[in-house]
Design a protein around this ligand. Sequence first.
Ligand code: XCC
Ligand code: SF4
Length: 645
Amino acid sequence: MTTFSGNGFKRNSINADTQAMLEVARKRGIETVWDRLAKQEPQCGYCNLGTSCRICAMGPCRVDPFGDGPQKGVCGADADIIVARNLGRMIAAGASAHSDHGRDILETLYHVGEGKTDIYTVTDSAKLKRLAAEYGIQADGKDDKTIAKELAWEMMEDYGMRRAKLPMANRAPKVRQEIWDKTGVYPRGIDRENVEMLHRTHMGVDNDWVNILLHAVRTSLSDGWGGSMLATELSDTLFGTPSPRMSQVNLGALKPDYVNIILHGHNPMLSEVIVAASQDTELLALAKKLGAKGINLAGVCCTGNEVLMRKGIPMAGNHLMQELVIMTGAVEVMVVDYQCIMPAVTETAKCFHTKVISTFDKAKFPGAEHISFDPARALQIGKDIVRKAVENFANRVPDRVFIPVEPVPMMTGFSIEAILGALGGTPQPLIDAIVNGQIRGAVGIVGCNNPKIKQDLGHTELTKRLIENDILVVVTGCTAVADGKAGLMVPEAADKAGPGLRAVCKALGIPPVLHLGSCVDNTRILVLAAALANTLGVDISALPLAGAAPEWYSEKAVSIGTYVVGSGIFTVLGIAPPIFGSPNIVKLLTEGLEGVFGATFAVEPDPNRAAVLIRRHIEKKRLGLNLPAIQPDEITMPEGELALA
Ligand code: XCC
Ligand code: SF4
């Protein structure tokens, strides 16, 4: 077996596993996401500014806000209109992705209610009953199946047009809901807001850029307090509400002598059954017969986060690892559902024995084998996929297997129920720690990897700066994987925190960075923020909280950032969104929204500077609540080299 040091690839990633696999890619002539980015450079300046438009056939058009070129598209749309329309459509696409994922889980709950599935059942009956009560369903004397069916039927209405308000948005503090009412952005129906966004941004409909952006907030709120929240709550109901447990992370999650199956995508329905199928005695016996020690599962992206949170399945990597994981030569099957799966994976797989199996009819991949997922036969389909993986072990080329690192331990499973449980049932101890200044505040760091930023540098540096300053960090999505790999998500990492946070973590036996789940599980952050605000009797915007997406790439992340700001939480983006062609929109999003929603966006690629912005914001909020605070201008910007330079 050859080994690869990866020394030439330190500019691409902070991680030894990524670096080593990039060397494998170069030596074997396999293209990666970084190569393709280089071939795209320089990327289109108009598109970067958000001022290109191709939504009708009089175009495509480009407006040139800072030069002598055209100031208007053929229809007369100026930079403000074009940027607003493009941003609105990004948010609708992201919100639709999350919400349609929620719809699939909701349909499964309905199948459970009808008894039309071979494996799924209600796992968290208490949560089912809490949700039923929230939706006005009388649960007394009914069995779980009946409640599941009635709840699912009722929740299907969240997607439609009969509701004036989404029921779960009622979890937000009353003052927040009044802001939504006053500004006309209270989300009504999930599909309705998304379709209306597409309608408004057709040529010649909504040409008032402020009006478009207000609806963009409404659309995002239908994701955060609707589709995503429903996805989280129902996944917990069906598959279990996560509780703290230990697992492992990085490419070392693959085991050389085992059949390795990679679970990639976002929807936990299939991955849950593959976990069950991988324990099937007949399939285990077959694996042993073919010379494997057993069957090993590992996650990539948010499907990985889902089964990590609930089952402790280790995580092989985040977004930028999806091609590299195949290059270990140790993956028999990569099973994909949907979202964030690069079409490139099937090309990479052709260089190895790895089979890519697609499973959702709405997400097919040329070069993949397609096995159509059906909740009625879920376990059987799961077994069929695991069998294919086991049989493919025979095709593995042992000499090409290269797993460059040992896995790192990480703690996972911090649902809000688990956090409150650890605190003794109420948020009061957390509030006390914030009030007395042991914990200055809390920050959600979320989102993706993007090859434009050295992989995981943005996530981990920001996280370190915040915990050093006694700010509790909660993470989801690819941030969780980044911080896990960096060793920040074990109880011992409390030693890397400031004295106040360290003491709290040590007392509770928890890490200073808590894993709340997948990207749809950002709604757990909303629920926690609402619980803190409601306990204190204030709006969410009064709390010392912030959000950050240091390495985002996806339209879903734009929807998340927008619903977080729309819920009253200041949010820092590490990658510039395509809005800078409209100074009016930049001013609105970074300043003007403060007066409307009590929160704004900031854009700061350097994580050390982003940490300063966040710390100043948190101390400002502490001052507002009359809590002991540092004067915000005493927190100074780091000088000299930026971390990213
Ligand atoms: Fe995808 Fe959710 Fe982004 Fe990671 S964080 S690249 S969206 S997997 Ni969601
Ligand atoms: Fe051009 Fe207007 Fe058509 Fe957009 S909508 S492509 S700006 S003509």
